[in-house]
Design a protein. Structure first.
Length: 415
């Protein structure tokens, strides 16, 4: 029996017991998990240093190393995420609908756990904690398969979480980590129908597409983030510049970072040079269309492939457009339905953008970096869904539930 099958079976065996626990029992376990992370920051950082050293040796990019890195602030944020999950309402058992049929049957629809969730993700070890907390709070067992670049961090984190669970009512078997670094372990998870109820991939385009195209287990797709910000003619310059800088520079390696900036031609004529200077000073390489390069000759030429690239790094596309319609057409052609933003003082333009742009999150005068479960008040997120079935956008607790009907009768039979 392979490690994947063995651990999936352990998770499957724990799921029914986990689904019967009270909110208080689950919250107690989550608080224990948060406490043990805070009490063992040094050992987590030491394990993370092993991953970082290995990553540098293997030539990981700066952005991937940033995704991988843990420090005291990030560990505190992981623990705070668990504490926030404790404060959130437990959706399990919530009544979604109830009604009585003419024949007297009383029907109610209630939230229930999905069962066993398989998480496949890359270099961010904080996902290990987020996924564990969200899954356990919703009564789901979870099988984690993180990227090989974060294996030391993930092993240390899960060892600590298991220690915390041993003092709680949540069975330790409900949280499993696959340590086999070979891609075959991922391929095996994709076919574990009957042991894993749903898969959630979280990472780059190639990882997600591999899962979506090859899995026989149902998949909740979390998409790549080719996010745009459109600076309309009426945008306030004192508002626009800080927002676009934040959307790109604050943490360029994440999926809600801006990859393309669209600028109204009238606004660009007056302000693009200053914006480009600010990005250059922040270390961002700009690639642009012919109009952008005519206004700012230091901008490099953007190729056709650039508009469809999620850089996850200090590279930004710039396109000058004639107005709102051309901006929305560009987003429709090149966006990934993740996060899109308009900066404008024109209420009608804002309303059109928010109504017509097809994305999981659409913004008016705010950075796309807010597309995040923590920022939305979900405590953490299992991922950001860009699909349209079951869940969309940052997925908090309700997104990790299914439902079932309970039917109460007093002898009814169907004629």
């Amino acid at each position: 029996m392979t490690e994947v099958v063995e651990k999936a079976k352990l998770a499957k065996s724990a799921a029914p017991r986990l689904g019967l626990l009270t909110t208080a029992q689950k919250n107690d376990a989550l608080l224990r998990m948060a406490d043990i992370l805070l009490a063992n920051q040094a050992s987590i950082i030491a394990a993370n240093q092993e991953d970082l050293e290995r990553g540098r040796h293997n030539g990981l990019s700066t952005s991937l190393l940033d995704r991988l890195a843990l420090n005291e602030a990030r560990i505190v944020a992981m623990a705070e995420g668990l504490q926030q999950i404790v404060e959130l309402p437990d959706p399990i058992g919530d009544t979604l609908e109830q009604f009585t049929r003419p024949n007297g049957l009383r029907i109610e629809k209630v939230r229930v756990p999905l069962g066993v969730i398989g998480m496949i993700y890359e270099a961010r070890p904080n996902v290990t904690v987020d996924a564990a907390g969200l899954c356990l709070k919703t009564g789901n067992a979870v099988v984690l398969r993180g990227g090989s670049s974060a294996i030391s961090s993930n092993e240390q984190i899960v060892a600590l979480l298991h220690e915390a669970l041993r003092g709680s009512d949540i069975p330790e078997e409900a949280l499993q980590l696959i340590t086999d670094p070979n891609r075959s372990s991922v391929d095996e998870m994709l076919k574990l129908n009957g042991l894993i109820d749903v898969l959630i991939p979280r990472g780059g385009h190639s990882l997600i597409q591999n899962v979506v195209k090859n899995a026989t287990v149902p998949v909740i797709e979390t998409g790549a983030g080719i996010c745009h910000t459109f600076i309309d003619q009426s945008a306030k310059s004192e508002l626009a510049l800080p927002i676009v800088l934040n959307a790109k520079v604050q943490r360029p390696s994440v999926c809600n970072a801006m990859e393309t900036m669209l600028v109204h031609e009238a606004y660009a004529a007056e302000h693009l040079a200053a914006i480009a200077k600010a990005f250059t000073e922040a270390g961002v390489e700009l690639r642009g269309c012919a109009k952008a390069r005519q206004l700012v000759p230091t901008i490099k030429e953007a190729g056709d492939a650039d508009w469809d690239t999620e850089y996850g790094d200090y590279t930004l596309n710039v396109r000058v457009v004639s107005g709102l319609d051309e901006a929305m057409a560009h987003i429709q052609a090149h966006g990934t339905m993740h996060s899109e933003c308009i900066l404008t003082e024109d209420a009608a333009h804002a309303a059109r953008f928010l109504q017509e742009v097809d994305a999981a999150a659409v913004y008016h005068n705010a950075s796309t970096r807010f597309t995040d479960g923590f920022e939305f008040g979900f405590g953490a997120e299992i991922g950001i869904s860009t699909q349209k079935l079951h869940a969309r956008g940052p997925m908090g607790l309700p997104a990790l539930t299914s439902s079932k009907y309970r039917i109460y009768g007093d002898g009814q039979i169907r004629g």
